[in-house]
Write a protein that binds this ligand. Structure first.
Ligand code: CDP
Length: 210
């Protein structure tokens, strides 16, 4: 049996971690989980149930997800992302989503997971941990272009303010805050295009896993 390769990719909103994680999964032939989707699906479920995002119990109930339709455009909306960030501070929500992430990380052969707490909580023994970041203005510009590309009427200052608020909430919460693991490799993608960022990530994994 080939050795298990677990790659943890963490970082703030619009840092490029999702693009990098997907490319690493393809390159190394590993399954990939975008853990942000679990929080987004919970947020969408809560909205559809008419639940209150200020209630930890309502949010925890909304983690009972049957099937996540990853192609549902609503999952990627800023409204759902904002509520995902708000409910992800609740320990009950995090606890309810923990097992499926840990099981995914522990599967035979390994896996790539991206999120906020993969290297610190979900897979502290990951073979390689990457912390992908970029300057807030660069991340806001990327998110702005992405939203514009989807035909949405958005304004750059609002997108930047949202990114900054999300960073503060994700890093400031008590439960599994966004943090770089002590043994993670830092990858700043501010001045890298996607191809260069992916190449740097592959090189970092190969160097660590060697
Ligand atoms: O990349 P972006 O911030 O737009 O979204 P995401 O990765 O889909 O995550 C949405 C929200 O879920 C984040 O703002 C985090 O608050 C939360 N999240 C988390 O707490 N832990 C994770 N492992 C993944 C996401």
């Amino acid at each position: 049996m080939k050795a298990s390769l677990i790659i943890a990719v963490d970082g703030p909103a619009a840092s490029g971690k999702g693009t990098i994680a997907r490319a690493l999964a393809t390159h190394f032939g590993l399954p990939h989980m975008d853990t942000g989707l679990l929080y987004r699906a919970t947020a969408l479920n809560l909205l559809e149930m008419g639940g209150d995002p200020d209630s930890e119990f309502a949010a925890a109930r909304a983690t009972e997800l049957s099937q996540i339709n990853a192609t549902d455009p609503e999952l990627k909306s800023e409204t759902v992302g904002g509520i995902a960030s708000r409910i992800s501070v609740y320990p009950l929500v995090r606890a309810a989503l923990l097992d499926r992430q840990k099981q995914f990380a522990a599967q035979d052969g390994g896996a790539v997971l991206d999120g906020r707490d993969i290297g610190t909580v979900i897979a502290p023994d990951a073979t390689v941990k990457l912390f992908v970041t970029a300057r807030p203005e660069v991340r806001a510009q990327r998110r702005f272009a992405e939203l514009k590309g989807r035909g949405l009427d958005v304004h750059y200052p609002d997108v930047l303010a949202d990114i900054v608020a999300r960073d503060e909430r994700d890093t400031g919460r008590d439960a599994a805050p966004l943090a770089m693991a002590a043994d993670a490799v830092l990858l700043d993608t501010s001045d890298l295009n996607p191809e260069a960022a992916i190449a740097a990530a592959i090189a970092a994994v190969e160097a660590k896993a060697a």
